[in-house]
Every structure is written in structure tokens, then in C-alpha cells.
Write a protein that binds this ligand. Structure first.
Ligand code: NAG
Ligand code: NAG
Ligand code: NAG
Ligand code: NAG
Length: 444
């Protein structure tokens, strides 16, 4: 499944000198191979721009595994955005809810902001396969069938996602796709499905590394580009192997609608930051924003950190009935822009201080020599949180323009050496840092 652009590059460099100098040829080949294992241009400016970035930059933002493995189905160049039925509806779904949700994505303007996947989770199918051994939609809740739903969402320029399981049953005990990968993938493709979330229940104790690749190959064989979302709950450290299997891989157990769950999952997902990149993303699970278990500040922090971590932005509330506050969080185009930035490097926790390390600085590189910086107060009282330039990988003399992504305003035009602000309890301030490329730098 790995791309073979290596050989092109090697041949191009190799052929002429090979005839003359065998050693030079081998030398150049090995260089080109080393370069070609990274299929995408990366951080070139950051690496070379020593006037702006400190020597520690590449250690702070370790990207040694970025783009190392990739599933080349052309999808997931940025993290997936859309909605999934599980966090709010669980098993209480039907075609009406799915259609009304598609309608609401359009009427709220969320679709225009990039939320295009309408993903049906568990409970869409009957308890048994039919006589032809095929999966069948539940006639009571999906009487028109999945193809009709796909047509409905496609007519709105949205995409349809479905759910199955790399085991003998799904978690809600519908038939799973283990040993039925080829037929099920073919059926999904025939319905016009665009996305598969593939769960991990009833897996017979067979390792994920054995159960997930057959569905990748089955989806590929359909010749329809289908986003492949692995959900093995992080049990077998999927970041280490799933990049060439799926477009995203869950790194943790299920999220729930609480501050404790959200913060725990953020920390667990952070560990795998160096493995994310265009084509394959760490997945700390779907958003709980709007489900009522957290405060406005907590949801704002949840959304900020998920965006910064290049997590999938899959809305998990009932978007047919959102509060203005919920819509305000989910539709922050500047925060979405961080998530969808073309560089595709996962931001991470770069500093923590205070009681229980609750005053945190999270940051990551963005395209155009910019950084995203979040000051996240996980303490129970307000705190002054400061980001020092050395913690961010910036040269301390560099002057930085700072834009607040929640205030939608430039809050400092030429900050030098550090920037701090008071952050409410459980809130998160989020910024884009643009180091100023002074004329004198380029002239000198
Ligand atoms: C199938 O895999 C090949 C090889 O990686 C890739 O070039 C192609 O785009 C894939 N097709 C689909 C539909 O995923
Ligand atoms: C569809 O599901 C929703 C959400 O659970 C429920 O409110 C509604 O009554 C259901 N509609 C039908 C026709 O079953
Ligand atoms: C939610 O997750 C937290 C943290 O993992 C856990 O302590 C809590 O028991 C979970 N709550 C529910 C209702 O599952
Ligand atoms: C809409 O959401 C509110 C809470 O924000 C809830 O009280 C109400 O029951 C919901 N209405 C419907 C029709 O689901």
C-alpha cells in the first residue's frame, strides 16, 4: 500500500552517474531514499529559518514519524470534519434523524465550514444477515435503506459514513464484518458510502494488526475512495502501525461528556503527536461540545485542544437543536483553520506548571512560519499563564504578532520573549503567533 514515488526519484538521480561512478550513485540513491520516505515537504522553512526558530525547535515539535506510513487513498489530507450519531443518540437513531441532521448541517452553515461527513454509528443494521449473507438495514428505523440516505446527503454535497466492527458482532450486537470484509465493503460501496468507522467489539482475541488490514484491502478493491476510520480504542498502540492501514486511528477508550474524560483523553492522545500527518491522524474520539456535561469554558477548551491536536472534528451533539453558544464554538472559523492547516503537524503540550501542572501551554507549527499557541488553565481558579519563547522554540529576540482566535483580534503587535494572560478556570485562550520577518533579516 505504500507509495512508490521512491523509485522514480532514485532512478532519476541514479541513471546518468551510475554509468560513470558507481559509488557516487549508491551514495545519491541512499540520500534520495532517506528523503523519499517523507512523501511530503515538511517544515523546510522552520528548519532553515534560524533567525526565527531556536535549535530546540525540532526537538519540541518532534515530527520524526510524520508521513512515514501512509494509506494512499487520497483522503484525509486534513483531519475529517462532520457529525456522528453516537455521542448524543447512541442506539436511538433512524433515517429521519440522519436526514434532519444533514438538513441542519446546511441550514446552520456548518457544512460550509467543512463539516461534511454525516456518520451513522452502531445500530443501523438488523440483528442478522440475510439469506445471501449480506448486512441489512433495520426495516423499522431505516425503511428506505442506506442507498436512499446516501443519495439524500449527496444531493446536499455532503458525504455519508457508516459503521461496522472488526469482530463477529458490533458493540450493540449487530453482525460484524470479520471474515466478511470483501462482501461488506462491496455492499457499502454499492450504496455510495464515503466513510467507514470500524469498531473493535467481539474480536475473538485476534490482534488488531491482523483484523484491520483486510478491510483496508477490501475497501481499496471497491475502487471507491472510502475514508477508513480505525476504532481499536488505542489498545495496540495503533499510531505505531495504523498509518498504512487507515486514515485515522482512535488512540484511547471512548470519550464521555465530562471534564475528567476530556482532559484524560487529551493527555493520552498527546503521546502520539509525532505520528500524525496528512493522510493519517490520531483520533482522541468525537466531540462532546453541546451535550450539556461541561461548561461553556470547558467546551471551548475541548474544541481548542482538539483543533490544535489535529483531531477529527466530528460533532457529537444534536445539531438540529443547538444553543447559540454551542454553534458559536463549533463555527469558530479561526480555530477550524488551525485544525485544517495544510502543514498538518499535530500540536502538543510544551509546558506545564502550577499545582498538579494545571497551568499548561500547548503549541504547534502552522504553515507560513506561524505557530498555534493555547494557554490552557486546568486549575480550579483563574491563573496567569505565560508562554516563554524558548518553550515555543522561538528565538527570544524575535518579535511576534499575536492574534486571539476567540476574541478575533490582534492582542499584541510585537511581543518579545514571552506572552502571558490571565485565564479563567477550565478555560483555554488560543492564539496564532506570527513571528515578524523584519526587513533587516532578509537584507542582512
Ligand atoms: C488502492 O491502493 C492503491 C495503492 O496504494 C492506491 O494507489 C489507490 O489509490 C487505492 N484506491 C482506493 C480507491 O483507495
Ligand atoms: C427517530 O429518532 C428520534 C431520536 O431518537 C426520535 O425522536 C424520533 O421519534 C424517531 N422517529 C421515528 C419515526 O421513529
Ligand atoms: C467518564 O470518563 C472518566 C475519565 O475516564 C471516568 O472516570 C468516568 O467514570 C466516566 N464516566 C462515565 C459515566 O462513564
Ligand atoms: C433542545 O435542547 C434543549 C436543551 O438545550 C432541551 O431542553 C430540549 O428538550 C431539546 N428539544 C428537542 C426537541 O430535542
Amino acid at each position: 500500500m505504500e507509495r512508490n514515488s521512491n523509485s522514480n526519484i532514485i532512478i532519476r538521480i541514479r541513471t546518468p552517474p551510475c554509468l560513470i561512478l558507481l559509488f557516487l550513485c549508491l551514495f545519491l540513491s541512499s540520500i534520495s531514499l532517506a528523503i523519499a520516505t517523507r512523501p511530503l515537504p515538511l517544515l523546510d522553512n522552520f528548519n532553515t529559518n534560524k533567525l526565527l526558530f531556536s535549535p530546540t525547535f525540532n526537538r519540541i515539535y518532534d515530527i520524526s514519524n510524520y508521513g512515514r506510513f501512509q494509506l494512499f487513498n487520497g483522503l484525509a489530507q486534513t483531519p475529517q470534519m462532520g457529525w456522528n450519531s453516537w455521542n448524543f443518540f447512541a442506539c436511538n437513531i433512524n433515517e429521519t434523524v440522519i436526514k434532519e441532521t444533514a438538513d441542519a448541517l446546511i441550514s446552520t452553515g456548518l457544512a460550509d465550514l467543512g463539516y461534511v461527513y454525516v456518520n451513522i454509528d452502531d445500530c443501523w443494521s438488523k440483528e442478522t444477515r440475510n439469506l445471501k449473507d449480506q448486512l441489512v438495514p433495520d426495516q423499522k428505523t431505516f425503511p428506505s435503506g442506506i442507498k436512499a440516505l446516501a443519495d439524500y446527503v449527496h444531493a446536499k454535497a455532503l458525504k455519508l459514513g457508516i459503521y461496522s466492527d472488526a469482530g463477529v458482532f458490533t458493540c450493540q450486537v449487530r453482525p460484524g464484518s470479520l471474515y466478511h470484509e470483501d462482501e461488506d465493503a462491496e455492499l457499502f460501496a454499492s450504496w455510495g458510502v464515503d466513510y467507514l468507522k470500524y469498531d473493535n467489539c467481539f474480536n475473538l482475541g485476534i490482534p488488531p494488526k491482523k483484523r484491520y488490514p483486510p478491510m483496508r484491502d477490501a475497501l481499496n478493491a471497491t475502487e471507491r475512495p472510502i475514508f477508513y476510520s480505525l476504532c481499536e480504542w488505542g489498545v495496540d498502540d495503533p499510531a505505531l502501525w495504523a498509518g498504512k492501514v487507515g486514515n485515522s486511528w482512535r488512540t484511547t477508550d471512548d470519550i464521555n461528556d465530562s471534564w475528567a474524560s476530556m482532559t484524560t483523553i487529551a493527555d493520552l492522545n498527546d503521546k502520539w503527536a509525532s505520528y500524525a500527518g496528512p493522510g493519517g491522524w490520531n483520533d482522541p474520539d468525537m466531540l462532546e461540545v453541546g451535550n450539556g456535561g461541561m461548561t461553556y469554558n470547558e467546551y471551548r477548551a475541548h474544541f481548542s485542544i482538539w483543533a490544535l491536536m489535529k483531531a477529527p472534528l466530528l460533532i457529537g451533539c444534536d445539531i438540529r437543536n443547538m444553543t447559540a453558544e454551542t454553534l458559536k464554538i463549533l463555527s469558530n472559523t479561526e480555530v477550524i483553520g488551525v485544525n485544517q492547516d495544510s502543514l498538518g503537524v499535530q500540536g502538543r503540550k510544551v509546558h506545564a506548571s502550577g499545582p498538579n501542572s494545571c497551568q499548561q501551554v500547548w503549541a504547534g507549527p502552522l504553515s507560513g512560519n506561524r505557530l498555534v499557541v493555547a494557554l490552557w488553565n486546568r486549575c480550579s481558579s483563574a491563573a496567569l499563564i505565560t508562554a516563554e519563547w524558548n518553550v515555543l522554540g522561538l528565538q527570544s529576540s524575535v518579535s511576534v504578532s499575536i492574534r486571539d482566535l476567540w476574541k478575533h483580534d490582534i492582542v499584541a503587535a510585537d511581543a518579545v520573549s514571552s506572552f502571558g494572560t490571565s485565564v479563567e478556570p477550565h478555560d483555554c485562550a488560543m492564539y496564532i503567533f506570527t513571528p515578524e520577518m523584519l526587513e533587516s533579516y532578509s537584507v542582512m
